[in-house]
Design a protein around this ligand. Sequence first.
Ligand SMILES: Nc1ncnc2c1ncn2[C@@H]1O[C@H](COP(=O)(O)OP(=O)(O)OP(=O)(O)O)[C@@H](O)[C@H]1O
Ligand SMILES: [Mg+2]
Length: 334
Amino acid sequence: MASTSKTPLQARNLPWVEKYRPQKLDDLISHQDILSTIQKFINEDRLPHLLFYGPPGTGKTSTILACAKQLYKDKEFNSMVLELNASDDRGIDVVRGPILSFASTRTIFKKGFKLVILDEADAMTQDAQNALRRVIEKFTENTRFCLICNYLSKIIPALQSRCTRFRFGPLSQAQMIPRLEHVIQQENIDITPDGMKAVVTLSAGDMRRSLNILQSTTMAYGKVTEETVYTCTGHPLRSDIANILDWALNKDFTTAYNQILQLKTLKGLALHDILTEVHLLIHRVDFPPKIRINLLVKLADIEYRLASGTSEKIQLSSMVAAFQAVRDIVASDG
Ligand SMILES: Nc1ncnc2c1ncn2[C@@H]1O[C@H](COP(=O)(O)OP(=O)(O)OP(=O)(O)O)[C@@H](O)[C@H]1O
Ligand SMILES: [Mg+2]
């Protein structure tokens, strides 16, 4: 893999997601087909308008920035690239103002086109998107647009059809690990195989999250192990979940509730995370089908209520009650 080890000294204090942001197309992992297609477009000087979409931390912004760096020399970068993201105004005025004036002025360089990067384009209002489609069409001769978003459905169809679409899917564990290993080696991190597994599992295909977890765990605990990663992210450990399940099924209601609450407070766990893990465990434990269905329905209800901002304590008691009810059914059946 290409290395980005020639980072300038002042980069030492940067968050790792920026410090290790891929600088060239070659530095990017995964999405090989997307990268080679874009590279081909660039080589043949036929870059279309682009639309990148997909979940966070999968390399959309990095890809277009790397393209821009490849297309333009440092000194022409500012005059040839306009980058707008969510912190900029997203109404129709920005299309009629900065975007229009950037796209409509001729380039001082004879050949080549300018590039307008609209990051987080799903935050643009409908009016702005409608205004943009005319601007895109009118200035295609000397300007290319790259729209980036998480949700394709928030981009109006007329804009979608003017762009070549690329979907950036979540990264697989096999793709993330070599990149993480590169960072681990550069930063001299003390990490166990279990720690690595925890980082990759918790980041669920989001490279940004994996680097952030790695950095915060290293800063907070020095050593990256399964335990420190879970503690640092406030995520329940497998042993915590096993305890919770054990208490809920085997203790009386008050004891179970109090012990879970105590663990939850002590470790700063969110009930939502507990619920997700308990849910996974229910699928793995060999419950009779009737019982499993009963539990899953109840957990789904609790999750729904949690999402609408109800009290964690009341929902926790509801979760304990669900398990106690299951136990009683088993007892009366047996
Ligand atoms: N494909 C990748 N290869 C290497 N590093 C990556 C990749 N994707 C993400 N990263 C790392 O994660 C950081 C964030 O990536 P980036 O900003 O490109 O994500 P994004 O897809 O634009 O996410 P968002 O939708 O949240 O804006 C980068 O700085 C880089 O360190
Ligand atoms: Mg981005």
